[in-house]
Design a protein around this ligand. Structure first.
Ligand SMILES: Nc1ncnc2c1ncn2[C@@H]1O[C@H](COP(=O)(O)OP(=O)(O)OP(=O)(O)O)[C@@H](O)[C@H]1O
Length: 237
């Protein structure tokens, strides 16, 4: 059974070299399936994802999940824009998070086999992960995150620089994860992808939340000047 992992931020501020790069942010984020964090370059999207994941030091404010913070942390996975692979085989990369969880060998083998098939890499199980193409590495990174069945998956631009067929495959895997009960909080510069996947949108501009809405409301009738400009492909002031 997946737990409902909603999160609240109150007056959260992140400073770097004395400059505010995010906040102050006050936000109640429901578990909405797919939440897209959108906004222009440098708006603070990656920083917000890292705050939510607990790996970005905040200067002030507080955050609370609807479950104890350790439970929230244990249920999270984060896939970076450039996947970080162990310098080992595809199989070792898939097995690693399950070994950390202490699962028995039979369970690990079954899950690794299932995911290798799912991402089309069953013939490459013993290849070095670093010999894979960019799209294959990204699918492997995603599988390595999903193989331990997280409640909350953070994805920072998971499809940057990938071709159309890789994007399609990755979106399908993400949809299945949400159908299975995970929530996904992700950034993308691909507005087509945001429209295809989003249930909920958080729009950031200059470190501030300018709008938060259901995907339908956001895309059909954006409520802020910045979001309208962003959706029109204009320069966002
Ligand atoms: N290590 C750092 N030191 C100082 N400033 C940083 C650092 N990393 C990011 N910033 C600044 O913090 C702000 C927010 O960056 P962030 O990466 O969160 O934005 P973003 O919306 O994800 O951008 P992009 O769409 O370009 O990935 C930007 O102004 C950026 O220049």
């Amino acid at each position: 059974m997946k737990q409902d992992m909603s999160v609240s931020l109150q007056d959260v501020v992140v400073r770097r070299r004395g400059k505010i790069v995010l906040g102050p942010i006050t936000l109640d984020l429901p578990n909405a399936g797919f939440t897209m964090v959108l906004g222009p370059n440098g708006a603070g999207k990656t920083t917000l994802l890292k705050v939510l994941h607990g790996v970005e030091r905040t200067s002030s404010g507080w955050m609370s999940w609807s479950v104890p913070s350790q439970t929230a942390r244990d249920g999270q996975a984060y896939v970076f824009q450039s996947p970080i692979m162990l310098r080992r085989s595809v199989r070792a990369n898939l097995a690693y998070p399950l070994q950390l969880l202490g699962l028995d060998k039979a369970d690990i083998s079954a899950r690794v086999t299932k995911w290798a098939v799912r991402i089309g890499l069953s013939a490459a199980l013993y290849f070095p992960a670093l010999s894979l193409s960019g799209g294959e590495q990204q699918k492997l990174a995603l599988a390595r995150a999903l193989i331990r069945r997280p409640n909350t998956l953070f994805l920072d631009e998971p499809c940057a620089n990938l071709d159309g067929s890789s994007i399609r495959e990755i979106e399908e895997i993400l949809r299945e994860a949400v159908q299975a009960g995970a929530q996904i909080i992700m950034t993308t510069h691909d507005l087509g992808q945001a429209r295809r996947l989003a249930d909920h949108v958080v729009f950031l501009n200059k470190g501030q939340i300018e709008e938060q809405a259901s995907a339908t409301a956001f895309f059909d009738a954006p409520g802020s000047v910045g979001a309208s400009a962003f959706l029109n492909g204009d320069i966002v002031e």
